[in-house]
Design a binder for this molecule. Structure first.
Ligand SMILES: CC(C)(COP(=O)(O)OP(=O)(O)OC[C@H]1O[C@@H](n2cnc3c(N)ncnc32)[C@H](O)[C@@H]1OP(=O)(O)O)[C@@H](O)C(=O)NCCC(=O)NCCS
Length: 186
């Protein structure tokens, strides 16, 4: 049985980072994270056009956690509390074994091992606190950095789930260019 309770909000800390609740103070960096062309070249999500639309997304993310539906963190610098990136654990399918991670970090902070650090804390929370049996990551097949980051953190390509998802009408188009990685709880 999985455990869905994000109240109080689950703050996670690592050596260099704090994963904390999003706030409206994150609007500017989060707008870049969600809207920047280069950062989002492998991400099919709709992009906010301005700060107002970005704040609507932040509010939605915060409400999902308040309602114990899913959780999105601001990945912040532990010293300054400034937003460097974002992380979420959510499920589209609603079943216990369908939970996914989604993540992004500002270009100037990439390739320093920061997302690996954030991912390890998220996975630990997902397995030990939420009791998830497994965690998936959907990523574009050409997103070499994301794929490498997942692999170095123990995620393995899940071609069985890819085949299943490709059969679903709504997923067919997306699955032509997405790959799925999975980490099982041990
Ligand atoms: C994918 C992403 C989150 C990785 O974050 P990060 O903090 O740079 O990750 P890490 O530093 O922990 O690991 C990145 C690894 O990819 C490697 N890498 C970077 N570019 C690469 C490339 N073109 N090909 C292969 N490996 C690459 C890095 O060298 C590093 O591996 P190493 O530690 O063995 O040297 C970051 O690039 C990002 O936010 N991208 C834009 C948003 C995005 O695509 N999110 C994923 C959506 S599914």
């Amino acid at each position: 049985m999985i455990h869905l309770n994000f109240n109080p909000f689950p703050v996670l800390t690592t050596e260099r980072l704090v994963l904390r609740e999003m706030s409206m103070d994150d609007t500017e960096p989060y707008f870049i994270i969600r809207a920047d062309e280069e950062m989002n070249k492998y991400i099919p999500n709709p992009r906010p056009k301005n700060h107002e639309e970005t704040q609507a997304i932040i509010e939605r993310m915060m409400s999902y956690a308040r309602d114990n539906k899913s959780v999105a963190w601001t990945i912040a610098d532990k010293e300054t509390n400034q937003m460097l990136g974002s992380m979420c654990l959510w499920t589209m399918q609603g079943n216990d074994d369908g939970w996914e991670v989604g993540y992004a970090i500002l270009t100037e902070h990439q390739n320093k091992g920061l997302m690996s650090e954030a991912l390890q804390a998220t996975v630990k929370y997902g397995f030990e606190v939420m009791n998830l049996p497994m965690i998936h990551a959907y990523t574009h097949k050409d997103n070499a950095s994301s794929r490498h980051m997942l692999e170095k953190n123990g995620f393995a390509r899940n071609t069985i789930l890819e085949a299943t998802q490709s059969e679903i009408e709504d997923m067919k188009e997306e699955m032509q260019y997405m790959v799925i990685y999975t980490l099982q709880r041990v």
